[in-house]
Design a protein around this ligand. Structure first.
Ligand SMILES: Cc1cc2nc3c(=O)[nH]c(=O)nc-3n(C[C@H](O)[C@H](O)[C@H](O)COP(=O)(O)O)c2cc1C
Length: 189
């Protein structure tokens, strides 16, 4: 049986949280399974992990700037969204969650997600008190209502030293979610 990830175009959005280091493993595992991965990093994500890591893992440029096209001169957000068969945001910070829920398009990642017609999976990661805030939960509810797929967060050790809900799901769990979503979308088409 062929691997559901083989030759699939995956858009991987990385926002600015500590868990971005785990996203490098997710990216590597996607590539090892035969997926073609394009990474968009937010400005804050670049404070946590280098673009060179994702460029080396994917063999593709890392995209960040809406106005400095690397590939699609009619709009990077348009070209990247059209190519994607599934989009995943990991880690999804509180700010990026809010942008997506509100339909904001003030950076390349949020603008591209607004153009995407493929399934979108969001893997939140944040401090447990942030996660519990009504504003964040409102955005999560909005994302679900809008048909987006959530994976995690899990309960456990958080980098700030607290224990609670907010830990990003492990790469293996996110990978399973991507497989499920891709398999479902293949069944529906
Ligand atoms: C050390 C450190 C760790 C952070 N970890 C997180 C996090 O896990 N989740 C989160 O929502 N924000 C976290 N932040 C705050 C975000 O980096 C900040 O809100 C940023 O504006 C997010 O922007 P982005 O969503 O465009 O990447 C952290 C900030 C610092 C300094």
């Amino acid at each position: 049986m062929s691997d559901v990830l083989q030759h699939r175009e995956v858009l991987l959005g990385v926002a600015g949280g500590i868990a971005a280091y785990k996203t490098a493993e997710l990216c590597s595992r996607l590539v090892q399974r035969g997926a073609r991965v394009t990474v968009i990093m937010t400005d804050s994500a670049k404070e946590f992990i280098g673009a060179a890591t994702f460029e080396a893992l994917t063999g593709r440029p890392v995209y960040n700037d809406q106005f400095q096209a690397k590939e699609h001169y009619q709009g990077e957000h348009i070209g990247l969204a059209r190519r994607a068969e599934v989009a995943i945001v990991a880690p999804a910070t509180a700010r990026t969650l809010a942008r997506i829920a509100l339909g904001l398009s003030d950076d390349l990642l949020s603008t591209t997600l607004l153009v995407c017609t493929c399934p979108i999976i969001v893997a939140p990661a944040m401090n447990c008190d942030m996660w519990a805030k009504p504003a964040v939960q409102r955005h999560v509810t909005q994302l679900r209502d809008d048909g987006m797929h959530l994976v995690g967060p899990e309960e456990g050790w958080l980098s700030c030293g607290q224990t609670g809900f907010g830990r990003m799901s492990e790469p293996g769990e996110i990978l399973k979610k991507i497989e499920l979503v891709l398999a479902d979308s293949a069944e529906m088409s």
